[in-house]
Design a protein around this ligand. Sequence first.
Ligand SMILES: Nc1ncnc2c1ncn2[C@@H]1O[C@H](COP(=O)(O)OP(=O)(O)OP(=O)(O)O)[C@@H](O)[C@H]1O
Ligand SMILES: [Mg+2]
Length: 268
Amino acid sequence: MSALLEIRHLSIGYRTDGGLLRAVDDVSLTVPAGQTVGLVGESGSGKSTLALAVTRLLPSPPAEMLGGAILFEGRDLLNATTQELQAIRGGQIGYVFQEPATSLNPVYTVGTQLLEAIHLHTPHRGAAATEYAVDLLTRVGMPDPAQRLRAYPHELSGGMKQRVMLAMAIAAQPKLLIADEPTTALDVTIQVQILQLLQRLQDELSLSLLFISHDWHLVESLADSVGVMQTGRLVEFGPRDVVLRQPTHPYTRHLLQSVPAVPWLEGP
Ligand SMILES: Nc1ncnc2c1ncn2[C@@H]1O[C@H](COP(=O)(O)OP(=O)(O)OP(=O)(O)O)[C@@H](O)[C@H]1O
Ligand SMILES: [Mg+2]
């Protein structure tokens, strides 16, 4: 099983008035091709910092790379040129963020934004690009996909916005999708739909997924391996069932004890 993404001893700090905050502290983890790695941990434990670092989306300052390596298909992204990074972002690595409302630009239609992603990262042009945009919206389960191209973000529900974000993220047929709490802003029924959609897309496109969540139930239903972060450190990382049933770190046990039962994720 080859690693698509391998993070080695990565440390990232934020320069603040109070000094340097180690938001990610000596973290090593791998995302094998075609697999899902779930990352859990309390608010502020460094999950988003780690995710954003993968394609160097962290603003610097205040962020500082303090050491380590981020290997994508064996290439260290910390040494990549701006041009290489631009090709990788949205090309080979897609992102979906927590809050679709802030990721979509309110002044442009869905079609304009989707076509921009298509133009940037695929060879489709003109009518073929529009056709591909409709195809992508269909694939993510958008109702009336052709008409939705003319819609503005404020005319869409939260779940629909997240579907548009997913359509943009998969436009270039990336190998890795990083989903940073992609369902947190959505209500429970829509959360389940988006998760099912993620699973289906993963199967169809043989995507690897780095899935970040506060929610153990979501991670349990999606992930092959699970990492647990606490104040910048990855305190546990292993196969899902081992981490869930026989956690070695006291912090993981503490987190698992506070997990409420959620009946809606049980069943088929
Ligand atoms: N731009 C920034 N400047 C300074 N500190 C920051 C910045 N962004 C994040 N931090 C700090 O870095 C730490 C890790 O933050 P991060 O957003 O990575 O956590 P997280 O695990 O994603 O949290 P959440 O679950 O709430 O999304 C926190 O202590 C946070 O306050
Ligand atoms: Mg976060």
